[in-house]
Design a protein. Structure first.
Length: 331
């Protein structure tokens, strides 16, 4: 009879225990992500959670590492049918957190120009960074241009949201806050029907009554703009860009000019998982100052003044600006 080496027995037990522990770790990781989805999803009452849990955990059981569960979690998010939730692996999250300069990316260019010596034009580009220094730079750059234009007492303002496909709402909202005439002009409505409006005051961003972000301002906050405001949008304008668009819906001195926006009119919240990855989950739909909920995927926000679709970029821009000039001159 062969003797079994005590070392071999120990190694076999240790190896088996490691596999079991890893399997438990994967199961815990995936279950934690599913629990967040079930608790927070805007569509939580519309999906079959038993099926989602069973299918997801079954697929996850084939994974040998947590990283191999990423596609499984992405499939679970697709099953929520909100078209906006997403999963960001730890390495992608790290890039977002490091910011533009550290990762060698070009910082969003905020364009500003006094057109015909009387129309103050400024763009609000998307910002895809989770870095506070980037957010502060974005806001201060925007404020600097607005303050300079205000010295010229423009006849009206043109805020360009064309091609702003989204990103981080907090700095975008803070930037345009001086152009909003009231509180509680845009927010989200969750699965229970609870509405939390977003607001900004003195460097602080509010979700409901809670301060969720404090900005560091070097530039003086611009005076509240009371002149006519033309907001330009196109089919690319989406997500956080649509939040900003919705904030202007119903404002008396504003006209939205262009075509229907993209139709990703829902609010997402980031949830950090144990390995540093982000579960970015749709927790509510956009609600404007009138209480209207934008819940239909792909419908978007309709303009007040329509612009005909033109394939030529130069002619299209001329058409947009002419509509903006006519509106401002007519006020």
């Amino acid at each position: 009879m062969k003797k079994i080496s005590p070392f071999l027995v120990f190694f076999t037990i240790l190896f088996a225990n490691n596999i079991s522990a890893q399997s438990d770790s994967i199961n815990v990781y995936v279950t934690a992500a599913l629990n967040i989805m079930k608790e927070k999803s805007v569509n939580k009452s519309k999906v079959n959670w038993t099926k989602i849990y069973n299918n997801t955990l079954k697929e996850a059981s084939k994974a040998k590492t947590i990283k191999e569960t990423y596609p499984v979690l992405k499939n679970a998010l697709i099953a929520l049918e909100d078209a906006h939730s997403n999963f960001y692996p730890e390495d992608v999250v790290r890039i977002y957190t490091l910011g533009y300069e550290a990762t060698g990316q070009e910082f969003p260019i905020i364009k500003g120009e006094l057109l015909k010596n009387k129309y103050a034009y400024i763009s609000l580009p998307n910002i895809g960074s989770f870095n506070n220094d980037d957010w502060n730079l974005y806001i201060n750059t925007f404020y600097s241009k607005v303050n300079e234009f205000q010295k010229h007492n423009p006849k009206g303002w043109i805020i360009d949201l064309r091609d702003n496909f989204g990103g981080m709402l907090y700095p975008m909202y803070a930037a345009v806050a001086p152009f909003l005439d009231n509180k509680n002009v845009v927010g989200t409505k969750d699965a229970e029907g609870k509405i939390d409006y977003f607001n900004y005051k003195s460097g602080k961003f509010y979700e409901g009554s809670k301060v969720t972000q404090q900005f560091q301002l070097k530039e003086k906050e611009p005076k509240i703009a009371k002149k006519p405001i033309a907001v330009l949008v196109n089919k690319v304008t989406g997500s956080s860009g649509e939040f900003i668009t919705a904030a202007f819906v119903g404002q008396k001195n504003v006209k939205i000019i262009g075509v229907n926006t993209q139709g990703l009119t829902s609010g997402n919240q980031e949830y950090k998982l144990s390995d540093g990855s982000f579960l970015v989950l749709t927790i509510g739909n956009i609600v404007d100052r009138t209480g209207r909920e934008y819940s239909k995927i792909g419908e978007g926000i309709s303009p007040n003044i329509a612009v005909e679709k033109v394939t030529d970029t130069i002619k299209s821009n001329e058409s947009y600006l002419k509509k903006a000039f006519d509106y401002i001159d007519g006020k």
